[in-house]
Design a protein around this ligand. Structure first.
Ligand SMILES: Nc1ncnc2c1ncn2[C@@H]1O[C@H](COP(=O)(O)OP(=O)(O)O)[C@@H](O)[C@H]1O
Ligand SMILES: [Mg+2]
Length: 257
C-alpha cells in the first residue's frame, strides 16, 4: 500500500515547465526524499502535492483517494502536512503557542467554545497543551516552551516548525529543506528526529540539499533535474547513477557530500 501516488504531475509557469510529468510512489514505511539542483522543481512538486498549487496536469493520490485540487487545509486535515523552505512561524507567539496552533486542525473547539470554555473544551485544551509540550520536548526545545518564536536562533525555528507540523498528527509529513541553515550538529540531530518520526508510523517525504543528510537518512530517493525525474532508487543506486552525477557535477553546483 502506498501512502502517496504522484501521477504524471506537470506544472507550467508561462513557457517554463517546472514539473514535467513526474510520477512516483511513496510507500507507507520509511523515509523518501526528493533531491535535485536548485530550480529543479522540488518545491513546485511539494506545493502541488500539498494543495498549495494547482497542477497543470496529473493527479495526486493520498491514501488511495484522489486529492488533486483539494484545498491545502482540507488535505492537511486528511493527514498530509507540509513545512516550508523558509520557516513560517507566528513570530510573536511563544514556542508552545505555535505548536498549539498546529494542533487546532485536530480539535473541535471553535471560536464560541474558546470564549465560553465549557468543560469539554477545557479538557481538550489541557490535552492540546500536554501534547504540544511533548512535541516540543521531542524536537529538543523542551526548555524554550515560553520563549517567543522570534527569539529562537534559526536552527531552532526549523525544529519548531517540525513540532508544529507534527501537532497536526500527519500520516505523511513533507519537509522542504529542513536542514537549510542548520549547522553540523543540528543536522545530525535533525536526522535522528526524522528517523524517529518515521519509526513512529508517520511517512516522511523530504526535499533536501544536504547530500550527507539525504544519503544517511532516506530509504529511497527521487532525483529531479530541470523539472524531469531523472532517477529513482536507494541512496547507493542514485549515487552511482551517471545521469545524477552529471546533473550535479555538470550543473552550477556540486553536492555537499
Ligand atoms: N510561482 C512561480 N512563478 C514562476 N516561476 C516559478 C514559480 N515557482 C517556481 N518557479 C520556477 O520553477 C522552477 C522550479 O522552481 P522550484 O520548484 O522552486 O525549484 P527547487 O525547489 O527545486 O529549487 C524554477 O525555474 C523557478 O524559477
Ligand atoms: Mg525549493
Amino acid at each position: 500500500m502506498n501512502r502517496l501516488g504522484v501521477h504524471a504531475l506537470t506544472r507550467r509557469f508561462g513557457g517554463l515547465v517546472a514539473n514535467d510529468s513526474i510520477s512516483f510512489d511513496v510507500p507507507v514505511e520509511g523515509i523518501s526524499a526528493v533531491i535535485g539542483p536548485n530550480g529543479a522543481g522540488k518545491t513546485t512538486l511539494f506545493s502541488m502535492i500539498s494543495g498549495f498549487l494547482e497542477p497543470s496536469e496529473g493527479r495526486v493520490v493520498f491514501e488511495g483517494e484522489d486529492v488533486t485540487g483539494v484545498a491545502p487545509e482540507r488535505i492537511a486535515a486528511r493527514g498530509l502536512v507540509r513545512t516550508f523552505q523558509l520557516a513560517q512561524l507566528f513570530q510573536n507567539l511563544t514556542v508552545l503557542e505555535n505548536v498549539k496552533v498546529g494542533r487546532h486542525i485536530r480539535t473541535k473547539a471553535g471560536l464560541w467554545a474558546a470564549l465560553a470554555r465549557p468543560a469539554w473544551a477545557r479538557r481538550e485544551e489541557a490535552e492540546t497543551e500536554r501534547r504540544a509540550r511533548e512535541l516540543i520536548a521531542f524536537v529538543g526545545l523542551g526548555d524554550q516552551a515560553d520563549a517567543r518564536a522570534a527569539a529562537l536562533p534559526y536552527g531552532q525555528q526549523r525544529l519548531l516548525e517540525i513540532a508544529r507540523a507534527l501537532a497536526a498528527e500527519p500520516k505523511l509529513l513533507l519537509l522542504d529543506e529542513p536542514a537549510a541553515g542548520l549547522n553540523h550538529d543540528e543536522t545530525e540531530r535533525l536526522s535522528g528526529i526524522i528517523r524517529r518520526i518515521a519509526a513512529q508510523g508517520t511517512t516522511v517525504l523530504l526535499i533536501e540539499h544536504d547530500m550527507k543528510l539525504v544519503m544517511n537518512t532516506a530509504d529511497r530517493i527521487v532525483v529531479l533535474n530541470f523539472g524531469r525525474k531523472i532517477a529513482e532508487g536507494t541512496p547507493t543506486e542514485v549515487q552511482g547513477n551517471p545521469q545524477v552525477i552529471e546533473a550535479y557535477l555538470g550543473g552550477v553546483e556540486t553536492p555537499h557530500v
